[in-house]
Design a protein around this ligand. Structure first.
Ligand code: GLN
Ligand code: ZN
Length: 754
């Protein structure tokens, strides 16, 4: 048995690729210097993988930004405007990734979307009538050659044609129009690699773990029937990940390919599928080491699993590319008792090698050491948390009285005008704000000085909100670094890594906190500043919290208990916070669920049973005990939700605000169609752009909203928090928003009077 990986983190041990690329963008190093740096980094990584004893080493998994974009560039799938730019190939590539604005032209970046169920983002290739597919790139060949020249045989990786077409956008054309052209260029890649001496190519086809039915299945079969007619002697690995391939398993095992990569971690049916039969003339690349989470592999379970498979030829592999975990645990400062439970990318290489050793019969020592890690529970259970969870009944997840009754009670309580205005929570996090927080964190300024600074900002922004006539105010979130980390740092059960960076997109990374044990809240988190802000104004100030599903989805979850159980624990902790806010006079509480959709299963058929059926109740648990007079808001962004509207309704908040300014009508239509009952604040302008929307523009948007949503139910707000905006843009935009709302409100009142 041998070992292999699907891909390796490209950003480098200390995010060196990020820092060098950004230097290049700032013109601090030349293109040659950047290219040389990248080459050295690739060599270093190949050597490291080889030294760890891995047999199947990928190449072309490196990228300056994103491998889907690399594939589009390889095949000339780029807009004419970019081709015509008088820039180097690399700069054109960056223009596609980030946009270009300069003396040579004005190019918008390609759209970016979440990569399946991860927090990585890919660039969406655009096909149109003028798309002229041909082999124009050389990255894949150069990188293969680079490795070969140092004596390392690699397996070049590329996004497969089915996934490429499925993830792309088409204007006046459709995917099937491009099958023949794509087949030709993929075959040209096979031919060229074979001539260079490559043995294998890996075609990444994660799209196969979704529902592949009807036309999709026909597309998949047509492409591969044609593609595999000439492989130029190259061995083909079709690599899937993030789930199981139940809709196409039988097709896959009958294709004339040499290897099939399957995910045994997220693929609930993978084991069953393989046990139903696997051909002797193919190699199973068994993804048994989790490429998405950071816990040590349990060797006994893994080796038992592998032994249970009827496949004759097995390569031990990871469940997905290691791109989704940080580089190495070596640079973390956790005590050994903690550290020994973690495996980042580099340590996972070691695990693959260990598993191979055990399976070859020589691994008694590693096996018993590994067993030891799992013998005792890793953490002591928090008794009071478990008692509390045990006492939950169905009613704990239900708020009384009903939404309609609450609405009329709250209407009297708050006496808000028609089309009430508010913002989503955060105000600009200026350099000064970030610097002061850092100084406080490093004990460079006293608690007193820090508190004075935060209070000063709150005062200033409250006054501005009163002056411009917003109806429901916020304190501005100046004390928060990040909407998840801030809560994690204040909850028992969380750990924070020093260097646990994972690429999110391009040079941007996230450092997810780690859920280590049972989650509990041992002190109020947000009460101090919410209460302070409320004491300073007669208007209502919204309390501001992050919801349990988002906190979980943006953390590395435990594997010794289910994510559902962890989410319930977080929900109880946030429930304590909600009740404390209420007790302290906060009348409106917003519980953000920005990332609700993130762990939505890739198969539609699993949406409710696998996820929403517990994620939605977890949210309800947070607010089920509040008084009818307390108004609960929630906020969602980053993703479409037209298809989960019933689930959102079921969260049973009183008001929801969401990102809508870019796809306004679509969402409003869906709300209307589903008879959405909550009050809604569809964002009336896009906060992701520095441009300031005019009063007229916002009025037009409000009128569009009023065509679809009854006026009694509409709130007016931006589409997300303002923390990434400059002060001037933020203020000017919200001022226009309040003016627009007032003017429309007056129109409505005059209309009603007549
Ligand atoms: N309340 C948060 C803010 O205003 C919400 C952030 C988000 O939805 N991403 O920043
Ligand atoms: Zn948002």
């Amino acid at each position: 048995m041998t070992t292999s990986i699907i891909g390796f983190p490209r950003i480098g041990e200390n995010r060196e690729l990020k820092f060098n690329t950004e230097k290049y963008w700032r013109n601090e190093i030349t293109e040659d210097e950047l290219q040389q740096f990248a080459k050295d980094l690739r060599l270093k990584h190949w050597q490291l993988i080889k030294d760890a004893g891995i047999n199947g080493i990928p190449s072309n998994d490196f990228s300056f930004f994103d491998t889907t974009l690399d594939t589009a560039c390889l095949f000339n799938i780029i807009p004419d405007a970019v081709k015509q730019l008088n820039l180097s190939t690399l700069d054109k590539y960056f223009a596609l990734a980030r946009g270009y604005q300069g003396d040579k032209g004005d190019i918008k970046a390609l759209p970016m979307k979440k990569w399946f169920n991860t927090n990585y983002h890919y660039l969406v290739p655009q096909f149109s009538k003028s798309t002229d597919i041909k082999l124009v790139g050389d990255k894949i060949f150069n990188e293969y050659q680079e490795a070969k020249d140092t004596g390392i045989q690699t397996r070049p990786v590329i996004v497969g044609p089915f996934t490429l077409l499925s993830l792309s956008e088409f204007k006046d054309v459709q995917a099937s129009d491009f099958i023949d052209d794509l087949v030709k260029v993929y075959q040209a890649v096979f031919e060229k690699l074979a001539a260079q001496g490559a043995e294998w190519i890996q075609l990444d086809e994660p799209e196969l773990v979704k529902d592949v039915l009807g036309d999709n299945k026909i597309l998949f079969k047509t492409i591969y029937d044609k593609l595999l007619q000439n492989k130029f002697g190259l061995k083909i690995l079709i690599q899937t990940y993030f789930g199981d391939v139940r809709d196409v398993y039988n097709d896959l095992i009958n294709l004339p390919i040499e290897g099939i990569g399957l995910d045994f971690i997220e693929g609930r049916k993978t084991k069953e599928l393989v046990q139903s039969g696997f051909p002797d003339n193919k190699i199973l690349f068994a993804g048994v080491v989790n490429g998405k989470n950071i816990w040590r592999n349990h060797y006994e379970t893994t080796t038992d699993l592998i032994k249970s498979l009827p496949a004759k030829n097995i390569v031990i592999s990871t469940s997905c590319s290691l791109l989704h975990v940080p580089f190495t645990i070596e640079n973390e400062t956790f005590p050994t008792e903690i550290k020994q439970h973690f495996a980042y990318a580099k340590e996972k290489l070691r695990e693959l090698d260990d598993i191979q050793t055990i399976l070859s019969g020589n691994g008694q020592a590693v096996e018993s050491k590994n067993k030891h890690l799992f013998e005792k529970p890793r953490v002591k259970p928090n008794k009071s948390v478990h008692e509390r969870v045990a006492k939950l009944t169905e009613d704990s997840f239900v708020r009384h009285p009903s939404l309609e009754e609450r609405a009329s009670i709250q209407k009297k309580e708050f006496n808000l005008p028609l089309l009430p205005t508010t913002t989503i929570g955060s105000f600009p996090q200026t350099r000064e704000v970030k610097k002061t927080r850092a100084q406080f964190r490093h004990h460079e300024i006293s608690q007193e000085a820090y508190d004075k600074f935060i209070a000063g900002h709150i005062d200033e922004w409250l006054k501005w909100q009163e002056d411009i006539g917003l109806d429901v105010l916020v304190h501005g979130e100046f004390e928060r670094n990040d909407m998840v980390e801030y809560f994690g740092q204040n909850l028992d059960g969380y750990l924070f890594s020093k260097n646990g960076w994972v690429q999110s997109y391009g040079t941007r990374g996230v450092k997810p906190p780690i859920i280590w044990g049972d989650i509990a809240r041992n002190h109020p988190i947000t009460v101090k500043w919410s209460k302070y802000a409320q004491s300073k104004t007669d208007k209502i100030v919204k309390g501001m919290l992050t919801g349990p599903v988002t906190i979980l989805n943006w953390s590395f979850p435990r594997e010794d208990i289910s994510i559902k159980d962890s989410t319930i624990q977080i929900a109880l902790a946030i429930q304590d916070e909600v009740l404390d806010l209420e007790k302290n006079g906060i009348k409106i509480i917003q519980i953000d669920e920005a990332a609700l959709r993130e762990k939505l299963p890739l198969r539609k058929t699993d949406w409710y049973s696998e996820y929403l059926d517990w994620a939605v109740p977890a949210f309800r648990l947070v607010h089920s005990k509040v008084k009818p007079t307390t108004q609960i808001h929630t906020h969602m962004c980053y993703s479409e939700f037209t298809d989960i509207i019933p689930a959102i309704q079921n969260m049973d908040a009183d008001v929801i605000s969401f990102e809508a300014s870019r796809s306004n009508l679509e969402i409003l239509d869906a709300l209307q169609k589903e008879h959405f009952k909550l009050q809604v604040g569809p964002g009336v302008y896009d906060i992701h752009s520095p441009r300031i929307p005019s009063i007229e523009e916002i009025k037009t948007t409000i009128h569009k909203i009023l065509e679809k949503v009854p006026e009694q139910k509409v709130w007016i707000n931006p589409d997300c928090g303002l923390k990434t905006r400059g002060i001037h843009e933020a203020k000017a935009s919200v001022e226009n928003l309040t003016t627009a709302a007032k003017e429309v409100r007056e129109e409505l009142l005059i209309h009603d009077r007549n």
